[in-house]
Design a protein around this ligand. Structure first.
Ligand SMILES: [Zn+2]
Length: 316
């Protein structure tokens, strides 16, 4: 080999080596980049923000969780949009509450195709709505009782373990930790609400969403309409509520963040009660708000109840 040929070969080897090095480093940097952004995780879709929070607590970082409805949305009669359908594409699981909460879910499910789904309330004994046009129908607001929302956690654990068997241990440990927090929350709410004098333990809201909470903590409830799917304020309903508030001398009444509180403020004016503010029930607050998790939502609501019904106890 003459010197010219040697130099040429050497140059080719150098170029080859450089190309190889480039390939290796570009692959490596791609890997680092993707781990910085987070690899594409399988994602799970929930119908509303509260279920998204519960699902995140059990899933940990094994699934990305998305909610179809946004914070503050009315969820019972939600009108889904074409962009909601696009968002659902590729979901590995659809999580819904059931008990008639999401009146739009069958239409949504059939529009997005075959996403496997889990109904968190399935198999549980619901409280039935009393009176009014919804007589005998199940009350869907199970998550409003910390004790009963443990049932949802077990359902999530079961569903996630089925679609991701490698994650069973993670899901179990997350579910147990979350259930402990819910048990603690139950104790906390009980200790607060038990301080309210029995004659003042009447919770007046817009929607009849507090049946589970009321039953579990020995309260009575009264409301303007049974479920938000039918937010019609009839003069008969208003008059009956005003009469009850006057008769029981209820000091403070409330409404919820996902509906208009106009009618309830009218009831307050007519009955002499104070309007005590809006509860978070069917939706979390925005992430920087006071109820960005189910645990915070319950704590926010109980503070509002205490302030309205037992202000002298100064729960703050
Ligand atoms: Zn509701």
């Amino acid at each position: 080999m003459d010197i010219k040929e040697y130099l040429f070969r050497n140059k080719s080897i150098k170029i080859l080596l450089l190309m190889l090095l480039f390939l290796i480093t570009s692959c490596a940097s791609k890997k680092i980049n993707s781990s910085q952004v987070g690899p594409e995780k399988p994602f799970v879709l929930t119908t509303f923000t509260i279920l998204a929070d519960m699902a995140s607590n059990v899933a940990g970082d094994r699934f990305a969780i998305k909610s179809i409805t946004k914070p503050g949305s009315e969820i019972h009669g939600y009108q889904f949009t074409p962009s909601d359908l696009v968002k659902a594409k590729g979901a590995v699981l659809l999580i819904e509450n059931g008990l008639g909460l999401e009146s739009w879910i069958d239409k949504f499910s059939s529009s997005v195709g075959n996403i496997p789904k889990v109904v968190l309330s399935e198999g549980m004994e619901p409280i039935l709505i009393e009176g009014d046009s919804y007589q005998g129908k199940p009350n869907p607001h199970v998550w409003m009782s910390p004790k009963r929302s443990i049932y949802y956690v077990d359902k999530l654990l079961e569903a996630f373990s089925k679609i991701d068997p490698d994650g069973v241990e993670v899901f179990e440990s997350n579910a147990n930790a979350y259930k402990e927090e819910l048990v603690e929350l139950d104790k906390e709410l009980r200790s607060y609400l038990s301080l309210i004098p029995p004659e003042k333990k009447i919770l007046v809201s817009c929607e009849g969403a507090f049946s589970y909470l009321a039953q579990d903590y020995g309260m009575e409830e009264a409301y303007l309409w049974p479920v938000n799917a039918e937010t019609q304020v009839t003069p008969r309903r208003m008059a009956a509520l005003i009469e009850k508030i006057k008769e029981k001398a209820i000091p403070t009444i409330f409404c919820e963040t996902t509906v208009s509180s106009k009618a309830q403020k009218e009831v307050a004016k007519e009955s002499g009660a104070i309007f005590g503010g809006n509860f978070f029930v069917d939706s979390l607050s925005m992430p920087d708000g006071p109820a960005s998790t189910l645990l915070d939502l319950q704590r926010y609501n109980v503070r509002l109840i205490m302030k309205g019904l037992a202000a002298e106890l100064n729960p703050e």
